[in-house]
Design a protein around this ligand. Structure first.
Ligand code: IMP
Length: 217
């Protein structure tokens, strides 16, 4: 399959000065730069909604949100899909489900992926499943989740990730739909966290050394 097209953010991208955007006061010293402003995330998500509807056929879709990092992207993506369903001649019924996985401590993958929540996955049997994820780093989390799902025999599984990191640690996994490809830096905001902090930030930002120390586990 051809690599999924996306917005590519190059390694020399400087992002934007924090003072040009609205940042919660409690994070003003903890961030380096604004990397992807909220408006750009929304505009790209709107187009992803259209591509997903085109790519997933006419069958009932179960949208599976990977918590917690995926919740903002999931909510906004579904709002755009719902708008398409309301305003076009063709529409696809959609139901939602949630799964919670954890693999990170500080900014490092622990190497082991823990499933710490989620419904009975047997509800996915025979369904067209859309997995909605925040970021693919090494790709190990998604590979593990995909192999777990195969046991429940879904009809089709597609993955959309808002971000994909360009990293030498990648196992080579690439999702079906990608919002942005980003350099190998730790990013936070728009529900992406560093030890649970920064989920309450609208823009995707690069964390500062101070922030890293302050919220270290
Ligand atoms: P992977 O298994 O290495 O692909 O890691 C995927 C998971 O790691 C994501 O779902 C995130 O929870 C977390 N992660 C990886 N990189 C970042 C980052 O830059 N910021 C926040 N979370 C990250």
């Amino acid at each position: 399959m051809a690599a999924s097209k996306c917005v590519v953010i190059t390694d020399d991208e400087q992002g934007y000065d924090l003072d040009l955007f609205c940042i919660p006061k409690h994070y003003s010293n903890d961030l380096e730069r604004v990397y992807i402003p909220h408006g750009l995330i929304m505009d790209r998500t709107e187009r992803l909604a259209r591509d997903i509807m085109k790519g997933m056929g006419n069958h009932h879709i179960v949208a599976l949100c990977v918590l917690k990092g995926g919740y903002k992207f999931f909510a906004d993506l579904l709002d755009y899909i719902k708008a398409l369903n309301r305003n076009s001649d063709q529409s696809i019924p959609m139901t939602v489900d949630f799964i919670r996985l954890k693999s990170y401590c500080n900014d490092q993958s622990t190497g082991e992926i823990k499933v710490i929540g989620g419904d009975n996955l047997s509800t996915l049997t025979g369904k067209n499943v859309l997995i909605v994820e925040d970021i693919i780093d090494t790709g190990k989390t998604m590979q593990t989740l995909l192999s777990m799902l195969q046991d429940y025999k879904p009809n089709m599984v597609k993955v959309v990730s808002l971000l994909v990191k360009r990293t030498p640690r990648s196992v080579g996994y690439r999702p079906d739909f990608v919002g942005f490809e980003v350099p190998d830096k730790f990013v936070v905001g728009y529900a992406l966290d560093y030890n649970e902090y920064f989920r309450d930030l609208n823009h995707i930002c690069v964390i500062s050394e101070k922030g890293r120390e302050k919220y270290k586990a």
